[in-house]
Design a protein around this ligand. Structure first.
Ligand code: SD4
Length: 324
């Protein structure tokens, strides 16, 4: 099969793909799990788009916390962490949950304690940049924006903001609006690695949503929501508004779509349209791959959704999915 091996990820995180590809194909003994971890770790270190790794998406208290998951498509084993504090290597901690426990998901301080016992170093995840983002938000969160028709409710800690219909806005306005309310931060890395033998791993790593209520967990560490993998069928990874997406398990729905005979593109589109029926204003993207390495994607509520692939002959490609 000339489409395998394959590494694919949400967005234009090509360095992450290259790192995973190198481990998979050039490192002696490198396997699909090592590759996925190296790929996502690369983004955590590069702080990809400010939404992966330390120093991004401060919560209401100014703290950055991390969500990550890894799933083994051969046995449906999963390791995940949510609300991980003071440990930079979220995807590696998720791997330790996968390999060293019988559990699926560890959360918060207790996840950090587990990580420390496993030898990870505790350190602050705050940076000057994350502190600035937080301070700016604190100063501006109660200001109405008349132009965009956004009115914070002062009785609710100046949120939630009164929603406006995206239908009346053009794409540029949607961007401005999302920046305004701090919602434009959909750049979670979701990665799928398939080796030559058809072994599939899917994973995610993110610092979640900006200005979240402390304790908020997104879709990324939730099996079937942020990622899903099944060696017999394929895999899917999601990015976007996790509070909405996790209600629909889009990664699982897409994999089940493949099982029912849909192409990756149609499986992705069907899973996203189901969410859109209930939440026309939500934004998100989904990347879907079948076990042969055929891939497709869908996005809703965003200008465009680029995603990156390296496969077969080792060429890097970026495809762009446009909003319907
Ligand atoms: C979340 N899905 O926590 C993530 C957000 C995202 O960069 O994609 N962020 O909701």
């Amino acid at each position: 099969n000339r489409s395998l091996p394959l590494v694919i990820n949400t967005w234009e995180f090509t360095e992450a793909n290259s790192a995973a590809w190198f481990v998979l194909n050039q490192q002696p003994g490198g396997n699909a799990l090592d590759a996925l971890i190296e790929g996502c770790t690369t983004c955590e270190r590069l702080q990809c788009d400010g939404t992966v790794g330390y120093g991004g998406s401060p919560d209401e208290n100014g703290e950055t916390t991390l969500d990550a998951m890894v799933m083994d498509g051969s046995n449906m084993n999963i390791g995940a962490v949510a609300g991980l504090k003071q440990i930079k290597d979220a995807i590696s901690v998720a791997r330790h949950v996968l390999e060293h426990t019988k559990h699926t998901l560890l959360v918060g301080d207790a996840a950090s304690n587990f990580a420390e016992k496993m030898g990870f170093r505790r350190e602050t995840l705050a940076t000057n940049n994350s502190i600035d983002i937080w301070k700016t938000w604190r100063q501006n969160r109660c200001q109405p924006n008349y132009w965009l028709n956004v009115y914070p409710d002062p009785t609710k800690n100046c949120g939630p903001y009164k929603p406006i219909s995206f239908d009346v806005l053009d794409n540029e306005d949607v961007h401005r609006y999302e920046y305004q309310i701090g919602r434009w931060n959909h750049d979670t890395i979701g990665m799928i690695v398939i080796d030559r033998n058809g072994q599939i791993y899917a994973g995610t790593s993110t610092n979640g949503a900006k200005h979240k209520i402390p304790g908020r967990v997104g879709d990324s560490p939730i099996p079937g929501a942020g990622a899903y993998a099944d060696n017999e069928i394929g895999a899917a990874v999601a990015t976007g508004d996790g509070d909405i997406m996790m209600r629909f398990l889009p990664a699982l729905v897409a994999v089940e779509g493949l099982r029912a005979g849909r192409t990756p593109a149609v499986a992705a589109e069907t899973a996203m349209q189901r969410i859109k029926r209930y939440y026309p204003d939500f934004s998100g993207g989904l990347v879907v791959v079948d076990r042969f390495g055929n891939y497709g994607a869908a996005c809703v509520g965003m200008l465009k959704f680029p995603y990156s692939i390296v496969s077969g002959d080792a060429t890097q490609k970026t495809r762009v999915e446009y909003k319907y």
